[in-house]
Design a protein around this ligand. Structure first.
Ligand SMILES: [Zn+2]
Length: 444
């Protein structure tokens, strides 16, 4: 993990948030290469689940939502982690992360029985377990610091803790306007915010993240078959579009006592990260829990009317939910390779071609030969028109350029030399094998 974090910073993929001011816990900034990778991952997901299918539609809801959303969804009451404070040094921790063998619903007695020592001062003198709500609170409209608590409370809003509710609250809009055949899905990508008590593990547990979620609306009597289909699609997406090895994913059937109370089946896709197994994706059958909550809170019907029989019913929901940064890290850790070429150690990112920030790097063999530079520029423009993501490099010697392109995952380096001027062929050097072949420019 340390090596991946270091590569990410060194090559401009991911920086600590607000780095110049000493950082800001739980936030990360994506640099030029990180943005390119992240965007390709998100675009592949959108293409796979939305544009290549006839039954899933996109939405893009506002991050700030009416607070009744979070009353209805249960987040105001229950989106909380167990917080415990050390009475000696006043440090605060998430109880289930500093003691072994306890769950999120740990009680004060259970926690004290573990005899955990404070990770900061080493003492064992704890206050009670308190529920800490992870939603970020903000105020909307003209609220001043000296306004009384009542005015401030009236204007409270939350940064959304998930994108899902922005989908559910638009379900009725979609049914009323485009009236899709059932089953159908609504997909959304966007930012979500969680005030983690102790953010950690690089981009795995950050306070601000991007999510990709689908709410797939099905007939209640057909949820099992649709669940299976979605399950297969997710595996296929990870394998065919993300280049992940499915043997690195542990499909964990969540036991009934660990599932959310409304869910009858949940599969956690656990990925084998460098620092251990962590959730990459959750696939949950959510019954009509969310739509029923919205119907109750809004007083509006969430019925779907069958186009043939006219029968009205509230659809049930299957939800695949992915954290984008978690997927970025899964892709990076799959691609990260250290090997040895002619006795020399190298670091190479074996990214799939569809995800690599740059598809080609073009360079002249020698920087100080104008005729080579001119020809190389010509090839560069040609490839850029054809593929878009092509980079130029004429720094240092050719070996250094290869090392750099290996580290950022560029699959092919194209080098223009004196033979190019004679016969129109170039050297194409392969990232993974380091083999070099001569190819005609028009065959690139
Ligand atoms: Zn302490």
């Amino acid at each position: 993990m340390e090596e991946i974090i270091s590569l990410c910073k060194r090559r401009g993929f991911i920086f600590p948030g607000s780095d110049i001011y000493g950082g800001f816990a739980g936030t990360w900034d994506f640099g030029p290469l990180g943005v390119a990778l992240k965007k390709k991952i998100m675009d592949e997901w959108w293409d796979y689940f939305v544009e290549s299918r006839d039954d899933i539609y996109g939405v893009d809801a506002a991050i700030l939502m009416n607070p009744r959303t979070w009353e209805a969804s249960g987040h105001t009451a229950t989106f909380a982690d167990p917080l415990v404070e050390c009475k000696e040094c006043k440090s605060r921790f998430r109880a289930d992360k500093i003691a072994d063998g306890i769950s999120e619903s740990v009680t004060t007695e259970e926690f004290l029985a573990t005899h955990t020592k404070c990770p900061v001062c080493g003492k064992e003198n704890w206050g009670p377990i308190r529920k800490f709500n992870m939603m970020f609170v903000t105020h909307v409209g003209a609220v001043l610091p000296d306004d009384d608590a009542e005015i401030a409370a009236k204007n409270i809003a939350y940064l959304r803790p998930e994108t899902a509710q922005g989908i559910f609250t638009n379900y009725k809009n979609i049914v009323d306007t485009i009236y899709p055949d059932i089953p159908f899905g609504l997909a959304q990508q966007g930012k979500a915010f969680r005030n983690e008590i102790s953010p950690r593990d690089f981009i795995l547990r950050d306070r601000e993240c991007s999510q990709m979620e689908i709410e797939y609306f099905v007939r209640p009597d057909n949820w099992e078959a649709e669940f299976e289909k979605m399950y297969q699609s997710c595996d296929d997406f990870f394998k065919s579009r993300m280049g992940l090895d499915l043997s690195n994913i542990n499909h964990l059937e969540v036991a009934p006592e660990d599932r959310a109370h409304y869910s009858k089946r949940t599969v956690d896709f656990m990925f084998n990260y460098p620092n251990g197994e962590e959730e990459l994706m959750g696939l949950a059958y959510r019954t009509d829990f969310d739509l029923a909550n919205i119907a109750r809170e809004s007083g509006k019907s969430m019925d779907y009317r069958d186009k043939v029989t006219g029968e009205a019913f509230v659809p049930h929901v299957i939800e695949p939910s992915i954290g984008v940064e978690r997927l970025v890290l899964a892709v990076l850790s799959t691609a990260y390779t250290e090997d040895e070429i002619n006795g020399e150690k190298r670091v190479v990112l074996k990214l799939p071609e569809n995800l690599a920030p740059f598809r080609f790097c073009v360079s002249p063999l020698l920087k100080n030969k104008p005729e080579l530079v001119e020809k190389a520029k010509e090839v560069y423009e040609l490839l850029r028109k054809k593929y878009g993501n092509v980079t130029w490099d004429d720094s240092g010697n050719i070996g250094k350029r290869y090392r750099k392109q290996d580290e950022i995952g560029t699959p092919k380096c194209v080098v223009i030399d004196f033979d190019t001027l004679e016969d129109g062929t170039v050297t194409v050097r392969d990232r993974d094998t380091t083999n070099q072949i001569r190819t005609k420019i028009e065959e690139l």
